[in-house]
Design a protein around this ligand. Structure first.
Ligand code: DI6
Ligand code: FE
Length: 407
C-alpha cells in the first residue's frame, strides 16, 4: 500500500471542540487510504518507501465537505433573479407558480444525460476549492421516476469524480402542480411509493423535508420523517427559513442529523437542538441571495454548544452559489462566525451533519486521508479573502486528485 509523508506543514486538524487544532512544524503520514500518524516534525515516523511532500509551512486541512446542496437540476432561474431585484419576493414568486416548481418543470423535461452534463461545471467549481465530500438532494422531480433520475445523476457524479456523495431524498420539497390542494395525498405518495422505491434502488442515504409556508406543514413534515425512520433511514429537515413553524424542535426531537437554514429559529428552541445533538446547518448563501435580514440565533447556538455547519445550499433559486470559501467568508461577515468556526463548519461539523464524523472531517489517525494543501500559512486566510482560490492540491482517500499534483 502506498504511503505519503507530509513534512514541514502548518496543520489545522480541526479535531478539538474549538479553535483549529493548529500545529506548526507538523508532519502527517498517510498509509493507503487512511491517516496513519499526525504529530510534530521532530517525532515523525521514517517509513522507507513513503513519498515525501515538503509543505514548506503551508497549510493542511481536512478535505472540505459541502453538507447541503441541490446541485442536480434542470434549467436556471435567472429571470426570477431579475424579478426579485424588481421587488417580487421569493415567497410571492413561489405562490404564483414560479420558484421551485419552475425548476421541477425543467428537471422533469431534462434527460438524465443532460442533468449530468449540466451539473459538471457546478461540481468542478466546488472540487477546485478542496471539496472531497458532497451531499446532493433530490427534490426537483417530485414524482417517482424523476426523483430517481436525479438520484441516479448524483450517484453517477460520485463515480465520475471518485468523490464521496451522500444522496438525500427530498421528495417533499414542494407540492407538485398535479397535487394542488392535495398535499396530504402527496405525502402519502412520498411515504408509500416514492421513498420505498428510491431506497430499494440503493439511492438514499438520508431523507429531508421542507417545512415552510410555501412547502409542507409541521404534521406533513413529521409524517415524512417518521416513515423514513421506520425504514431505518437518517433524517434532516429544512426548517425556519422564512417563518417559524417549529420544524427544528420537531426534527431534533426525532433525532435528526441536522436542521438546516434556521433564520427564524426561536431562541427558546435552541435548547432542544442542544439536547438532541442535531447539527445546525447555516446557509449564508440563501440569506444573502434572498436579501434576508433576520439572522439565525447565532449567539444562542454558540452558548448552548450546538455544532454549527455551513454549506452552499447550491440551487438555482435561493443560492446559486458554488464556492464553499465564499460561504465561509459570508458566514464570518454576515453571521459573525469566527474563521475557526467557519472552517469547522465545512469540515468536522459538516461531517457530523452527514453522520460521517467517524470517518472524515478532521486530520486524525484512523480517518480517511481526505486532505487539502493550501497556498497559505494561516487558516484565517481561507475565510478572509474573496475570489482567490489558494487550493494547491487535494488528496482524496490517499490518492492525489490530479496525479503528480503538489508543489
Ligand atoms: N430552501 C432552499 O433554500 C432551497 N430549497 C429549500 O427548501 C431553494 C430551492 C429553490 O428555490 O429552488
Ligand atoms: Fe436547501
Amino acid at each position: 500500500m502506498s504511503q505519503t509523508l507530509f513534512i514541514n506543514a502548518t496543520l489545522a486538524s480541526m479535531q478539538d471542540e474549538s479553535g483549529y487544532g493548529l500545529r506548526q512544524q507538523a508532519a502527517l503520514l498517510v498509509d493507503g487510504d487512511k491517516i496513519a500518524w499526525v504529530g510534530n516534525m521532530a517525532e515523525r515516523p521514517t517509513p522507507d518507501a513513503a513519498a515525501v511532500i515538503d509543505c514548506r509551512q503551508r497549510l493542511l486541512t481536512p478535505g472540505l465537505i459541502d453538507c447541503h446542496t441541490h446541485l442536480v437540476y434542470g434549467g436556471d432561474r435567472a429571470d426570477e433573479f431579475e424579478l426579485r431585484l424588481e421587488g417580487a419576493s421569493y415567497a410571492e414568486i413561489a405562490a404564483s407558480g414560479g420558484g421551485i416548481v419552475s425548476t421541477v418543470n425543467a428537471t422533469r423535461a431534462a434527460s438524465e444525460e443532460l442533468l449530468f452534463t449540466e451539473a459538471l461545471p457546478r461540481i468542478r467549481a466546488l472540487l477546485a476549492e478542496g471539496v472531497t465530500t458532497l451531499e446532493i438532494k433530490s427534490g426537483y422531480g417530485l414524482d417517482s421516476d424523476n426523483e430517481i433520475k436525479m438520484l441516479r445523476v448524483a450517484a453517477r457524479l460520485a463515480n465520475e469524480f471518485k468523490l464521496r456523495v451522500q444522496k438525500t431524498f427530498l421528495g417533499a420539497h414542494a407540492l407538485p402542480p398535479e397535487y394542488q390542494g392535495r398535499a396530504d395525498d402527496y405525502i402519502t405518495l412520498v411515504c408509500e411509493e416514492m421513498l420505498p422505491r428510491a431506497q430499494r434502488e440503493g439511492l438514499v442515504d438520508a431523507v429531508d423535508v421542507f417545512i415552510e409556508s410555501i412547502a409542507f406543514d409541521l404534521a406533513q413534515g413529521e409524517r415524512v420523517l417518521a416513515c423514513a425512520q421506520a425504514m431505518g433511514l437518517p433524517v434532516k429537515a429544512h426548517v425556519e427559513q422564512l417563518s417559524d413553524l417549529g420544524g427544528a424542535a420537531m426534527a431534533a426531537g426525532r433525532g435528526a442529523l441536522s436542521v438546516d437554514h434556521l433564520e427564524y429559529l426561536n431562541a427558546a428552541d435552541v435548547g432542544k437542538l442542544a439536547a438532541s445533538g442535531a447539527v445546525a446547518v447555516l446557509l449564508p448563501g440563501a440569506y444573502y441571495v434572498l436579501r434576508e435580514t433576520q439572522l439565525p440565533p447565532i449567539a444562542a447556538l454558540r452558548e448552548q454548544r450546538v455544532p454549527i455547519a455551513l454549506a452552499t445550499d447550491a440551487n438555482p433559486g435561493s443560492s446559486p452559489v458554488h464556492s464553499l470559501l465564499l460561504i465561509m467568508n459570508m458566514a464570518c461577515t454576515l453571521f459573525r462566525l469566527t474563521p475557526a468556526e467557519a472552517l469547522r463548519g465545512v469540515t468536522l461539523n459538516a461531517a457530523r451533519a452527514l453522520g460521517l464524523d467517524n470517518d472524515i472531517g478532521s486530520l486524525e489517525t484512523g480517518k480517511q486521508a481526505d486532505i487539502v494543501l493550501w497556498d497559505v500559512t494561516r487558516p484565517s486566510m481561507l475565510s478572509y479573502r474573496l475570489g482567490v482560490n489558494p487550493c494547491a492540491a487535494v488528496m482524496q482517500g490517499g490518492q492525489w486528485r490530479h496525479p503528480g499534483a503538489p508543489l
